[in-house]
Structure formats: structure tokens, C-alpha cells
Design a binder for this molecule. Structure first.
Ligand code: NDP
Length: 301
């Protein structure tokens, strides 16, 4: 089988490609700078340009699964221009995939469409499964439009799985940004600490994506989150224990708002307790269902 991965050069994409290569998938990465694909992956992965008119529609067909991970990274200060890039990069990626499928002779077998648990908007303590409706706020709006950007492919018979991903824990991403204060004995929760943290180990993230790519009976929305979401107070406590560092130095909301603008309120000071009900119903088994085992695995290396 062939995987065509948009945004495959990123944090999740690289791990996904390693997982797929172990399982004999042929990989093509759609990138804004295909020369980086060769730099990152060597000759085993083909890189194709897809902005500015690169035509990759002839690569599609029934033995192909497209994975859409592309989009401007959401970390950093959310200026008006940054928010626009966050939204538009995702809508353009969806649009380009739809155009390619429509102009192909044969559609792909499936599309894995990235999204995020931010789809549900901020929620205090209610556990959220995939049936829960979309919420309000910038991230929820982006996620809804992002999910909808490829919805028309379902009418063409493409099996579509939407992956509403939580905070992915690996050697990179959010965890990399959290570690320095903890290592310097200055770590702790942010804000009141009761906000939900729906997390997933990077290995389970890419195993779940492969599971959905390979299971022909699966379609619809899936929370890609471990079955034991926690709150920020417990997250900081467990991270401190695993690193053998204190975890009581709380970052007040005004500091986060000064640093990150409205991103602080939407991503750091509020959260969700999402549950992977659809994945578990489908028979997926997590290697790292609890936070301590996930962090110990990542930080003991
Ligand atoms: P990364 O930011 O690491 O990678 C995303 C890829 O998208 C990049 O490698 C890049 O590929 C491409 N890209 C970046 N900016 C733009 C842009 N402005 N326009 C078009 N393409 C762009 O993301 P992750 O791997 O961490 O995540 C993959 C997807 O999953 C993202 O859309 C993210 O929002 C979502 N997600 C991630 C979570 C996480 O914890 N990591 C949590 C929830 C959702 P290239 O330069 O080769 O074109």
C-alpha cells in the first residue's frame, strides 16, 4: 500500500513514516520544500511539491491512503497574522487534496484528516466522547472548518477518518517546551491547574493512525487521546516525579497571557477531558494508557 502524507516532515509525520516503513508501506511526502524530505528521510521516501501547482493526482488510486497533517504550527504568540496562517494553511491543504482527488482517475481508498481535541472548545470536567458537538472559540472554529475542508470526498466514496488529537507526548512538540523549567527546578502547573489535559504518547498516536489507515471498516471521528486524561495539577506532579524535580511553581495566567496572547486562554488555561471511545470500540489497544508509564518511557531514554 502507498501512503501520501501531507505535512509528513513534521513531528507526528516523521514518527508516522517510521511506523509505516516498518510495515512495508510505500511513502510519498507532500511538502512545500521537497528537498527537505530527502534531507530528513534519505532516499527511501519520495518528496513532492504540492504548493504552487505540483500535480500528484496521478499517484492516487485504490491502493493509496492520503494522510493530511499539514498546517501552520499553533505554538507561539497568536497575532492576527498568525491566526490567519493557522486557519488558511489548513483550509488550503484540504482544498488541494479535494482538487487532486477530483482530478484523479481513481480516488484513494481512504483519507486520514487531522484535527484536534480543541474541536470541543473548553470544558471543565465533563468527559468528552466523539458524539459531543463542536464548541466555541478560535480553535474550535478552526477545527470545525478544517474537518469540513475534505468532507466532500465522502460523496466520492473515500473512507474518511478524522483524528481529533490531544497533546502528543514525544521527543519534541509540547513536552520539549515544558521540560526546561522543570529541569531547572522551576516547573509546575499553569493557572489553577484544574484544566483537562488530553494527552497521547507519540507511539500510540502513530499506531492509531496506522490502525485507521489499515482498517477498512473504520470511518468517522476518533479522539486520539489516551484513555486516562488528567488535569494540569496532576500532569505537573507526575512530570516532576518522573524527572525527580519539584513541581509546585505555578505560572500565573497574566504571565501566560503576556507571553502568548489569546493562545494562553484557549490552549493553556482551559482544556478538555477527551476519551478515545471510538478507537477502543474498534479494538485499538494503547501501549501507554497511563501518564506515568508514557512519561517514564520518554524521559528515561
Ligand atoms: P508540525 O508543525 O510539526 O508539522 C506540520 C507540517 O505542516 C510541517 O512539517 C510542514 O511541512 C507543514 N506546514 C507547516 N506550516 C505550514 C503552512 N503555513 N502551510 C502549509 N503547510 C505547513 O505539526 P505536528 O506534526 O505536530 O502535527 C501534525 C498536525 O496535527 C498539525 O496540523 C497539528 O495542528 C495537528 N495536531 C498536533 C498535535 C500535537 O501535539 N503535535 C495535537 C493536535 C493536533 P512542510 O514544511 O514539509 O511543508
Amino acid at each position: 500500500m502507498r501512503a501520501i502524507i501531507a505535512g509528513g516532515t513534521g513531528f507526528i509525520g516523521r514518527a508516522l513514516i517510521a511506523e509505516l516503513q516498518k510495515n512495508n508501506w510505500e511513502i510519498i511526502v507532500l511538502s512545500r520544500t521537497p528537498s527537505r524530505v530527502a534531507e530528513v528521510f534519505g532516499s527511501g521516501v519520495i518528496g513532492m511539491v504540492w504548493n504552487g501547482g505540483g500535480d500528484w493526482s496521478s499517484l492516487l488510486g485504490p491502493q493509496t491512503v492520503v494522510v493530511n497533517l499539514a498546517g501552520e504550527n499553533i505554538s507561539g504568540r497568536w497575532t492576527t497574522a498568525k491566526k490567519q496562517r493557522i486557519l488558511e494553511s489548513r483550509l488550503k491543504a484540504g482544498e488541494k487534496i479535494v482538487q487532486a482527488v477530483k482530478s484523479s482517475e481513481q480516488p484513494p481508498a481512504a483519507l486520514i484528516q487531522a484535527s484536534a481535541v480543541g474541536f470541543y472548545g473548553p470544558h471543565q470536567s465533563t468527559p468528552l466522547n466523539e458524539e459531543h458537538p463542536g464548541g466555541t472559540g478560535f480553535l474550535a472554529d478552526v477545527a470545525r472548518q478544517w474537518e469540513d475542508s475534505t468532507k466532500s470526498l465522502e460523496k466520492l466514496g473515500v473512507r474518511r477518518c478524522i483524528i481529533r488529537t490531544g497533546m502528543v507526548l514525544g521527543h519534541g512538540g509540547a513536552l520539549k517546551q515544558m521540560l526546561p523549567p522543570f529541569r531547572m527546578f522551576m516547573g509546575g502547573p499553569v493557572g489553577h491547574g484544574h484544566q483537562g489535559v488530553s494527552w497521547i504518547h507519540l507511539l500510540d498516536e502513530v499506531r492509531a493512525i496506522r490502525f485507521l489507515m489499515e482498517n477498512e471498516s473504520e470511518a468517522g471521528a476518533y479522539n486520539l487521546t489516551a484513555p486516562n486524561p488528567t488535569d494540569f495539577n496532576k500532569f505537573a506532579k507526575i512530570l516532576g516525579e518522573v524527572l525527580n524535580r519539584p513541581s509546585w511553581l505555578r505560572t500565573p495566567p497574566f504571565v501566560l497571557r503576556a507571553l502568548f496572547g489569546s493562545m494562553a486562554d484557549e490552549l493553556l488555561l482551559t482544556g478538555q477531558f477527551a476519551l478515545p471511545e471510538a478507537l477502543q470500540r474498534a479494538g485499538f489497544e494503547f501501549r501507554f494508557p497511563d501518564l506515568k508509564s508514557a512519561l517514564s518511557d520518554l524521559l528515561a531514554r
